[in-house]
Design a protein around this ligand. Structure first.
Ligand SMILES: CC(C)(COP(=O)(O)OP(=O)(O)OC[C@H]1O[C@@H](n2cnc3c(N)ncnc32)[C@H](O)[C@@H]1OP(=O)(O)O)[C@@H](O)C(=O)NCCC(=O)NCCS
Length: 171
């Protein structure tokens, strides 16, 4: 009998790129390039392969949770996104497993918080809360109810404020 697990969560690797493009196309459809994660990337966010996680099924990528280095008002932070699971494999716990794995990697980083744009009900179990309106300026329009963060440092929720920009060492 095949005892191999149905899926494995692993760090993202360059070799996954083409398959992940297909996952993103299938999960988001034609609206995918209108997503906030695209605007954040255009602002100079740095994709962190080492913190990003993929879901593999028989070595084939079927989901991803990307992490990017950014700054918020000049302080180090991370942006979570895009997050997507191939529609054929949704509602099986993979999205939550990907976020959990990426956050575990993020917690040992100097980042003060992890920002995300998405459904508050999906992200709340991980500790994400809405960012107080006006505290953080995102590139492009964002529904403030979907603009969330997970503070990682004790004073992040009080002190982190300003515009999202590229990571400080590139600014
Ligand atoms: C959002 C997405 C990644 C979730 O992946 P998934 O593997 O289906 O999620 P899970 O099975 O791990 O679900 C975890 C929980 O979140 C809930 N959930 C799933 N998708 C949700 C959504 N879009 N909004 C709110 N809650 C959601 C599930 O019902 C489940 O709740 P439960 O634990 O109470 O049962 C997936 O639906 C997807 O790729 N959607 C299209 C792209 C997208 O919208 N990405 C998010 C932008 S940040």
């Amino acid at each position: 009998m095949d005892q191999a697990p149905a899926h494995v969560i692993a760090p993202e690797a360059p070799a996954h790129a083409a398959a992940l493009e297909r996952v993103l196309d299938r999960a988001f459809g034609p609206g995918r390039f209108a997503k906030t994660s695209e605007r954040v990337r255009e602002q100079g966010a740095r994709h962190r392969l080492d913190l990003s996680r993929v879901a593999l099924r028989r070595d084939a990528p079927i989901g991803l949770c990307r992490m990017h280095d950014i700054s918020v008002g000049g302080a180090p932070a991370l942006f979570l996104g895009p997050l997507a699971v191939d529609p054929a494999h949704q509602q099986a716990g993979l999205g939550a497993a990907l976020v959990e794995a990426a956050l575990t990697a993020a917690r040992i980083q100097p980042a003060r918080a992890v920002l995300a744009v998405g459904a508050a009900s999906f992200f709340a179990p991980f500790g994400f809360v809405p960012i107080p309106e006006g505290r953080v300026t995102m590139p492009g329009p964002v529904d403030p109810r979907r603009l969330l963060w997970l503070p990682l440092k004790h004073d992040a929720a009080e002190k982190l404020a300003g515009a999202v920009g590229p990571p400080m060492d590139l600014a």
